[in-house]
Design a protein around this ligand. Structure first.
Ligand SMILES: [Zn+2]
Length: 339
């Protein structure tokens, strides 16, 4: 085990990279899009996992009699995923037993470890590098057309955090760690309560007012075509798609509804106020409704001549988060496919 902070961070980061290679995680994400499936990795390693309400703890790693992980069901999915990645780090690095509370979420470089062993620093560095590797952040930025300067904007960091399956706060700190934002930016990004800032959600939802703003709000555009969405039951999706109305094309959201999603708002915005019959933006707001997981294709067609479609947006989704008591979502999907 490392004996100083810097080598602990290095060791944790390298162990995460090794496990990515061993499990072919990068190829998987580059082919299927989306985030790093932390619970899928735990399942693939055959590592016993127990999901249950935990008092005062986010998770635990117990090396004996057989190694196993314990993760709380009482938190949002981003926190469950980070905790699972942290405990997976303990397992991968053959650490001593660890009972982990909130401190794993915002450990500071200077905070001393009670054991003096730096195993918590190693596990945190592992979790960051495993769940939010730099290549994944850059891949999302390339797909979305974000430049490094855009990472100063709260709405960009928020949408990035959803695609990483990480909390807004963890995403800010990781951007700083990779020097993708300068040292003073996280203060501006994080100087808000709640995190992520509520105005970001209000802006996206416009006149739709949910019961509360705890759930996340995804902004999906044509740039998200072919990707995978890993969401939670209280998430809302705002789809903004250019519609070639002049050519008689309209987006058809029947499949979205057939998949169980509930359409809350559906309207058209003029992309260019000057041009009549020019491009419009179709803006649809949808709640999870009865959707669970699957594949959905939304196509832009001429109603009187449906084929060929002018454009389409297809997305794999699992909106059953957060993890609940019993099997992980990854295990549930696996058993369902095998059945
Ligand atoms: Zn720990």
């Amino acid at each position: 085990m490392a004996t100083d902070y810097a080598s602990a961070v290095r060791a944790g980061t390298m162990a995460a990279g090794r496990l990515h290679r061993e499990l072919g995680m990068r190829e998987l994400v580059e082919t299927h899009g989306g985030n790093i499936d932390v619970f899928g990795a735990i399942s693939e390693l055959g590592l016993p996992l127990m999901l249950r309400p935990l008092k005062g703890l986010l998770g635990a790693y117990l090396p004996s009699p057989v190694p196993g992980l314990l993760i709380t069901t009482e938190r949002r999915m981003s926190i469950q995923r980070f905790t699972a990645a942290h405990e997976l780090g303990h397992y991968t690095m053959r650490h001593l037993p660890s009972l982990d509370d909130e401190s794993i979420l915002r450990r500071m470089p200077t905070s001393p470890e009670p054991t003096g062993l730096f195993q918590e620093t190693e596990a945190d560095a592992f979790a960051v590098a495993f769940m939010m590797p730099k290549w994944l952040i850059l891949a999302h930025a390339a797909r979305q057309g974000w430049q490094v300067n855009d990472f100063r904007r709260q709405n960009v960091v928020y949408q990035l955090s959803l695609r990483l399956g990480a909390s807004y706060e963890a995403t800010c700190r990781t951007l700083q760690r990779y020097a993708l934002i300068d040292d003073s930016t996280p203060i501006a990004l994080l100087d808000t309560k709640p995190k992520p800032p509520k105005p970001l959600k209000v802006d996206l939802l416009q006149d739709y007012q949910p019961e509360n703003y705890h759930g996340d709000v995804w902004l999906l555009t044509a740039k998200d075509a072919g990707t995978r969405i890993d969401g939670s039951r209280d998430d809302t999706f705002v789809l903004r798609l250019n519609e070639h109305a002049g050519g008689g094309y309209v987006w058809d959201f029947d499949q979205l509804e057939a998949s169980g999603f509930a359409i809350l708002r559906d309207r058209r915005e003029n992309a260019d106020h000057e041009a009549i019959g020019g491009p419009v933006v179709r803006r649809v707001t949808a709640a999870v409704g009865d959707a669970r997981w699957g594949h959905v294709t939304i196509a832009e067609r001429r109603p009187w001549a449906p084929e060929p479609a002018h454009a389409s947006l297809d997305i794999d989704f699992d909106v059953t988060g957060p993890e609940q008591k019993g099997l992980s979502r990854a295990e549930r999907r696996l058993r369902f496919e095998e059945a």
